[in-house]
Ligand binder design. Structure first.
Ligand code: MRU
Length: 341
């Protein structure tokens, strides 16, 4: 396959590399992800993360394995293993469904390569569409609050919610971005802070528990988040902590927007209750690991509950900003997400 480069994916010499999102921003380290075992390990460890990026990395790996001469059966097995690597972000399943169709074709090697590259190009265009539609909602002088990381690191393009913020900043409309640090793995404190810094967007990092008092003081004009899965009734699964922001925004009368590509829609999932929520290791909460070194601050026998995502009910969402435009609560009530796009 020819060379490919996005913010956090790279193909060189028929090998797939991922930018280690656990090492950022301290270190910019590219890791080989050219086997199913390696990529699944990186996905589990969130070295490659973000709903769109997981799906793209899995699709590119399948294309590479096909080019290396793996049989159709072996590729199907690889596809199912990759599909099971993380349960919540439906982009992975949606992308792999398309790869599975390509695998059925007679010339499946070329079909898989074409499809994987098409998915990458499409994702860039989807991000641009979201940024275009979403930035129109941002008012001049806005102080925006965001959670987790939804930027170029998490997609092949400019990102979803962060793409909107970037575009609105280019249009001169962003006064400040409040960046939730996003416990426990600090995607906000490490990744969003890094991306906004690189882009020259003014931001201030806050701990997740500060949002309420900022809103009460009138310092937040809108909340922008991404999504890992949007159910047919408009309920949204996203990084843990998103739901509390939506409740707070509703209480304070602040618009709460979800930005996502069509690959995040799951018309077969009736509502948020049906979205599988990934449970993660206790060690993420009992201390810190990664490039900080391992530190534990809890008693050794501390019991932990650590869901990676929560569900925000559709009733708390002011608008779903897709690549195709803004979807209103009225349209969602009428069932637009129940129809596959
Ligand atoms: O566990 P993560 O870091 O993969 O979670 C990521 C999120 O929740 C993002 O908000 C979501 O995937 C959208 S990324 C464009």
């Amino acid at each position: 396959m020819h060379t490919l480069q996005t913010t956090s994916l790279r193909i060189r010499d028929n090998a797939l590399f991922i930018l280690d999102q656990q090492a950022l921003p301290q270190e910019k380290r590219w890791l080989d992800a050219s086997t199913v075992e390696a990529l699944v390990g990186h996905i589990h460890a969130l070295r490659v993360r973000g709903a769109p990026l997981i799906g793209l990395s899995a699709s590119l790996l399948l294309a590479l394995l096909a080019e290396q001469g793996h049989s159709r059966d072996a590729l199907l097995h690889a596809l199912e293993t990759l599909r099971a690597s993380r349960p919540t972000a439906v982009n992975l399943m949606n992308n792999l469904d398309r790869m599975k169709l390509a695998l059925r074709e007679e010339g499946f090697v070329a079909a898989l390569v074409t499809e994987a590259l098409r998915l990458v190009e499409e994702d860039k265009a989807l991000c641009d569409g979201i940024a275009r539609a979403g930035s129109a909602l941002v008012k001049p002088g806005s102080r925006l609050l965001t959670h987790c990381n939804t930027g170029g690191l998490a997609t092949a393009g400019v990102g979803t919610a962060l793409g909107v913020i970037q575009q609105a900043h280019r249009q001169g409309k962003v006064a400040n971005v409040w960046v939730d640090e996003t416990r426990p793995l600090l995607q906000g404190g490490r990744l969003t802070a890094w991306e906004l810094g690189e882009l020259g967007v003014p931001y201030q990092l806050i701990t997740d528990s500060m949002a309420a008092s900022l809103m009460a003081k009138g310092l937040v004009d809108a909340v922008w988040v991404g999504a890992d899965r949007i159910a047919a009734n408009g309920d949204v699964a996203n990084k843990i902590g998103t739901y509390s922001l939506a409740v707070l925004a509703k209480f304070h009368g602040i618009p709460f927007y979800v930005a996502a590509p069509r690959t995040t829609l799951d018309p077969h999932c009736p509502n948020g209750e049906a979205i599988p929520i990934e449970q993660r290791a206790a060690a993420e909460v009992t201390g810190a690991a990664g490039s900080f070194g391992a530190v534990r601050w809890t008693p050794p026998d501390a019991q932990v509950y650590n869901p990676a995502f929560d569900v925000t009910p559709a009733t708390l969402i002011s608008g779903w900003v897709l690549d195709s435009g803004i979807v209103t609560p009225e349209e969602v009530e009428k069932g637009v997400f129940a129809i596959a796009r």
